[in-house]
Ligand binder design. Structure first.
Ligand SMILES: CC(=O)SCCNC(=O)CCNC(=O)[C@H](O)C(C)(C)COP(=O)(O)OP(=O)(O)OC[C@H]1O[C@@H](n2cnc3c(N)ncnc32)[C@H](O)[C@@H]1OP(=O)(O)O
Ligand SMILES: O=C([O-])CC(=O)C(=O)O
Length: 377
């Protein structure tokens, strides 16, 4: 019998120098450097450049890249108009998908697929994603759109454009760490989708628009919002154990746990848990964390033996909501970070491109003949 790799599990289709994951031990590295070190010592700007170029930048290279990001933050007025006229109540991921596709119409370089053009477009997209997402958020809430500021960090500027006031240094750094943790993750579904699109020699905006669509689903990036829905449904920590036990007894999926590659704790979930605990220790903020702690304990006890542990989406939402971000924007924030990994992976793959085209075992009818429509039952 032919062996089918359902879900493409374990299928190796390319080489990459960007990200390494050891799922059984819960290890994640970018360029060989552990994710914990990136989170502690680096910034989203530095990791983005390192992924694009495949090496740690010098101070001068990073300063140049940072200046390029700051200079490219503004988005065209035509796109602002589109965002302002989007129907109210759409999911922000729908809005983001449309906005990025439209941005491509306004970029005279959009159709260029040379490595230089792809890199230049990537830098603009990394810079502009935060402006687009903050603009969608404010427009959907009937608020004025706030122009980016060039004197703030990437993370600080996003929070400023979203909330209309400068974040504290602590808030900006916490958000920066969240972006670092989400920036890249090997051949996940959305990165693979971006690469599949790029393998046809399509343009960067098409690659990224397809990736946004893939990230949106609740089995992938959409899980962070679904975790928050679950927390709101549980309501208070006293209900958590009974709630999760019932779900597991009914063989229902728990959001924010389980992963195709990790069969142990996702290391990013450990970093985020520590920050979620800090948030919880603030007055009146402990409910979410206490519920998550209980869910984590019960899940690990009950189905840890199947390799089901918290993933990156489990604790991130509690950190975001403390920063004043609504749950519908958790997945767009994932995109705000993952844009770097998508672009870097597309650029890396396109250096030695080959059309992606897997196959299926045919299991349909054979020896059939066309039946005239009038003769069909
Ligand atoms: C950023 C990211 O994309 S991280 C992932 C975000 N997604 C989520 O948090 C959604 C919840 N998790 C899931 O749905 C899954 O774990 C996925 C989609 C992430 C990975 O799925 P797969 O690798 O296909 O695992 P698969 O579905 O084969 O599950 C293996 C076993 O674990 C169980 N399992 C997997 N995830 C869960 C879960 N979240 N809750 C309960 N049981 C689970 C399955 O029921 C299955 O059990 P069985 O062998 O007794 O039938
Ligand atoms: O790698 C995956 O399958 C999912 C993902 O994007 C992540 O965990 O960050």
């Amino acid at each position: 019998m032919t062996n089918i790799a359902k879900g493409l599990e374990g299928v190796l289709f390319t080489e990459s120098k960007l990200t390494f994951i050891n799922g059984s031990e819960g290890i994640l590295t970018h360029l060989g450097i552990p994710i914990q070190e990136w989170a502690e010592k680096s910034s989203f700007e530095e990791l983005s450049l390192a992924l694009l170029d495949g090496e740690l930048p010098t101070a001068a290279e990073l300063a140049h890249f940072d200046a390029e990001l700051r200079a490219n933050r503004a988005i065209p007025q035509q796109l602002i108009d589109i965002i302002q006229h989007m129907p109210r109540g759409v999911h922000p991921m729908q809005a983001l998908r449309t906005a990025v596709s439209y941005l491509g119409l306004l970029d005279p370089q959009a159709e260029e697929v040379t490595p230089e053009a792809r890199r230049a477009i990537a830098i603009r997209m990394i810079a502009q994603f935060s402006t687009i997402i903050a603009a969608i958020n404010r427009a959907q809430e009937g608020q004025d759109i706030i122009a980016p500021r060039a004197d703030l960090t990437h993370a600080g500027n996003y929070l400023y454009m979203l909330l209309g006031k400068e974040p504290t240094a602590e808030q900006a750094r916490l958000f920066d760490i969240a972006l670092v943790l989400h920036a890249d993750h090997g051949m996940n579904a959305s990165t693979f989708t971006a690469i599949a699109t790029s393998s046809t020699l399509s343009d960067m905006y098409s690659c990224i628009t397809s990736a946004i669509g893939a990230l949106k689903g609740p089995l992938h990036g959409g899980a962070n919002e679904a975790v928050m829905d679950m927390l709101d449904e549980v309501g208070n920590p006293e209900q958590a154990e009974a709630y999760i036990t019932k779900k597991l007894d009914n063989k229902e999926k728990i959001m924010g746990v389980g992963h195709r590659v990790y069969k142990y704790f996702d290391p990013r979930s450990r970093v985020l848990r520590d920050y979620a605990e800090v948030v919880a220790n603030k007055e009146g903020k402990s409910n979410y964390y206490q519920i998550l702690e209980t869910i984590e304990r019960v899940v690990v006890e009950r189905i840890g033996s199947k390799g089901i542990y918290p993933n990156v989406d489990f604790y991130s939402g509690t950190v975001y909501s403390d920063l004043g971000i609504r749950k519908e924007y958790f997945t767009p924030i994932f995109a705000l970070a993952r844009i770097s990994g998508w672009c870097a992976s597309v650029i890396e793959y396109s250096r030695d491109n080959r059309l992606l085209r897997p196959d299926a075992v045919y299991s349909g009818a054979t020896d059939a003949h066309y039946v005239e429509i009038k003769d069909r039952q």
